[in-house]
Design a protein around this ligand. Structure first.
Ligand code: ADP
Ligand code: MG
Length: 733
């Protein structure tokens, strides 16, 4: 076993052209090679395939790979072939002669990996054929397909047990990106894994950037967004088949090569559209959720949700299809309350109470995620039970451009009092809509018949319209001051925190609604980007496409974008230099080295070589200090402040409350702006602040504010904290 482990790293370089393992890959391979049953739960793009492909090369005999989709099998076998690894697949698409040839190659021992569809195994006496081979390992990819609790249940996977029984003593490695405990348990039982080594990675996808925008004028927003992405490929998820067709047509009208994909298309058209996308013939697929698991395309640079996904699990899966190659990718969600209302109406038709309530809860969580002002990563990973160690992930809209906050103390008092008055009138709890109607003094029938126009809170909230009050209510619910029951008629009650807020005259600030990002000409540069000679990159891309077409494979089978980007910054013109490009192993050097080296050498005859900053190893934001936030509104405040205006003056000029202005300045300080702390608080205040905040690490400053009994404003607290955490201590000598 030692010997085999020692082989892994050289094999990784010779065959796949990579210098290092991704997290957990090596540990997983070592267990598998030691003959242990292994379960690997790693997110999409983590590099699960390698976990069984590389050991297959390191050990004698044959590795059987069970994979659910025929399209996926062919793709993987093509990729292995391009790296010089003898692999093959057996499924219903082969003609009898081809089938016989492949079986002969397997029997002769030439083949190292055989991909099989599970239904193939159970036909005729196939199991006894398998028994006659020298099978030394079994890999079950997309292992969640075995579980009815998963989202892609395949009954045929259930029969893998028979395969196991046919191959006693052969270790199994099961791989999936679905982590729910129920699915995990199912995999272990169904596959009869024995004392399995289980590996679970973080579900964070560090290279994905999460953005949510209000859904307004969606088609033009999508067109602008996609146009700003150059030649990048992406998926637009829609909720209905009709909409995928309409959107694809709209994009085409704007000159963007787009197709649609949904289960209503006939099989041939579906395959054609998918193929066009994989082969970079179209840039965009507008699709329903039917488009998914079979997509191994590593360079999907954006995933857009044009309609609200029904739950966070789906959102995570779908956005997960972006950026498998590890380069930065964007996930844009267009959110509207209208979508929520529409699905709620659908849900009413679900007959079973339990299923309906569950679906509603999931929708609520999805909407909360979209509307919330919290870090998107914290929200998303939290859903899967993971905690995110940092305040600022540096790669979501809420962290990059924190939303403005406003003091909503009065509004919160009014809303909560209104709930209280209804209750005191002896009426059972009512819903948000009803409360909003009371507050805005509506003459709606249900208000009048219940005599709610007689309540003291009737009409006290005319400064906002009902929609704004509903938004306030949802934010208060997220702050846990009120609770919204789920059910057909969700009712609102005051929580213990809410009662405390009223009793102790607390303050509360809410965030302004999210705003649409201004359309940009191009995608902003991000951490993890591989800067390169853009013109050369395009030339290499075109060359790759030609080679791929000749070979009848998708371009990424020839080289990944990562490899091309490295070529377009290192300009390799010798074999040795070409081999240093990540993704170039010996086979690819032999097949493509000359033609790419020739092209690059010719390029250098007529173009200057550009020089780039050395690449820093892209470490996920978890282990990096947060990126400075770019916040345009904070920038305006900062400029006014620098021009000599005071905080009250700026607040008046911008029509914002002072706390907000102070918040902006705190952001600027956190970003390293050199401001003078003495301008914000006296020495006495500073001492008090220091004492109160010493060792305090919670996000919320509310307890500190309360502890100081309001002597020092929130804004000052924020500013002090910004100086302390981001600009070192002892600022005031
Ligand atoms: P998963 O099945 O976990 O979604 P894949 O096996 O499809 O992920 O791998 C995703 C991408 O990562 C592929 O393009 C693969 O070539 C690349 N990859 C895998 N392992 C490594 C590694 N050690 N170094 C660099 N790239 C890797
Ligand atoms: Mg995979």
């Amino acid at each position: 076993m030692r010997r085999m482990n020692g082989l892994l790293a050289p094999l990784l370089k010779t065959h796949f052209g990579y210098d290092s393992f991704r997290p957990l890959q090596q540990e997983i391979m070592e267990q598998a090679l030691a003959g242990r049953d292994t379960l690997a739960i790693l997110p999409t793009g983590a590099g699960k395939s390698l976990c069984y492909q590389l050991p297959a090369l390191a050990r004698d005999g044959l590795t059987l790979v069970i994979s659910p989709l025929i399209a996926l099998m062919k793709d993987q076998v093509d990729q292995l072939g391009a790296s010089g690894i003898p692999a093959t697949f057996l499924n219903s698409t082969l003609d009898p002669q081809e089938n016989r040839d492949r079986l002969a190659a397997i029997r002769s021992g030439e083949t190292k990996l055989v991909y099989l569809a599970p239904e193939r195994l159970m036909t005729g006496d196939f199991l006894s054929v398998v028994r006659s081979w020298n099978v030394t390992a079994l890999a079950v990819d997309e292992a969640h397909c075995i579980s009815e609790w998963g989202h892609d249940f395949r009954p045929e996977y259930r029969r893998l047990r028979e395969l196991r029984e046919a191959l006693p003593g052969v270790p199994v490695i099961a791989l999936t990106a679905t982590a729910t405990p129920r699915v995990r348990e199912d995999i272990v039982t169904q596959l009869a894994l024995e004392e399995a080594a289980v590996f679970v990675a973080s579900f964070n996808r560090p290279n994905l950037n999460y953005l949510v925008e209000p859904k307004q004028d969606a088609s033009s927003r999508l067109t602008a967004f996609i146009k700003s992405r150059g030649h990048d490929s992406g998926i637009v998820y829609c909720q209905s088949r009709k909409r995928t067709e309409e959107l694809a047509a709209t994009l085409r009208t704007s000159g963007i090569a787009a197709v649609c994909y949904h289960a209503g298309l006939d099989a041939a058209e579906r395959a054609r559209n998918q193929d066009a996308f994989l082969r970079d013939e179209v840039r965009v697929v507008c699709a329903t959720v039917a488009f998914g698991m079979g997509i191994n395309k590593p360079d999907v640079r954006f995933v857009i949700h044009a309609d609200l996904p029904k739950n966070l699990e789906g959102y995570y899966q779908e956005t997960g299809r972006a950026g498998r190659d590890g380069l930065p990718a964007d996930c844009l969600l267009l959110f509207s309350r209208g979508d929520v209302a529409k699905y709620l109406r659908f849900l009413d038709d679900i007959p079973e109470d339990e299923a309906r309530d569950h679906a509603r809860l999931q929708l609520d969580q999805m909407a909360d995620f979209a509307e919330g002002d919290q870090c998107r990563r914290i929200g998303l990973l939290g859903y899967f039970g993971e905690t995110w160690p940092q305040e600022n992930c540096g790669a979501c809209d809420n962290c990059l451009a924190p939303r403005e906050t406003w003091d909503a103390t009065t509004e919160a008092q009014k809303f909560l009092s209104c709930i209280l008055r209804v209750r005191q009138s002896g009426h059972p709890p009512v819903g948000i809509r009803h409360l909003c109607d009371i507050l805005t003094g509506s003459r709606a029938e249900k208000v009048l018949t219940k005599n709610h126009d007689q309540l003291s809170t009737y009409g006290i909230g005319k400064e906002h319209n009902a929609a704004m009050w509903a938004e306030i209510a949802r934010q208060l619910a997220r702050k846990n001051l009120i609770a919204i029951e789920s059910g057909t008629f969700p009712t609102v009650t005051i929580t213990a925190d809410g009662s405390a807020f009223l009793r102790e005259r607390g303050t509360v600030s809410l965030t302004r609604l999210m705003a649409a990002e201004k359309s940009r000409a191009s995608r902003p540069l991000r951490a993890g980007d591989i800067e390169c000679d853009a013109e050369l990159f395009e030339t290499l891309r075109a060359h790759r496409k030609q080679l791929a077409d000749t070979a009848g494979v998708p371009p990424y089978v020839v080289f990944s974008d990562v490899a091309l980007r490295h070529m377009a910054r290192d300009y390799p013109t010798t074999d040795a230099a070409f081999l240093r490009i990540p993704g170039v192993g010996e086979r690819k050097l032999a097949d493509y080295g000359q033609s790419f080296i020739g092209l690059i050498a010719a390029w250098l005859e007529t173009h200057d070589r550009q020089v780039f900053e050395p690449l820093t190893n892209f470490t996920p934001p978890a282990s990096k200090p947060p990126k400075p936030a770019t916040n345009p509104t904070a920038q305006v405040t900062l400029e006014l402040y620098r021009s000599g205006k005071s905080i009250p003056e700026i607040a008046a000029e911008r029509g914002l409350v002072e706390t907000t202005i102070e918040g902006h300045l705190a952001t600027a300080i956190a970003n390293g702006e050199a401001l003078d702390p003495r301008a914000f608080y006296t020495e006495a205040e500073e001492a008090e602040l220091r004492a109160a905040l010493e060792g305090y690490t919670e996000e919320s400053l509310k307890p500190v504010y309360e502890h100081l009994e309001g002597r020092i404003s929130y804004g000052k607290l924020k500013i002090f904290r910004a100086f302390e955490t981001h600009q070192g201590k002892d600022r005031i000598p």
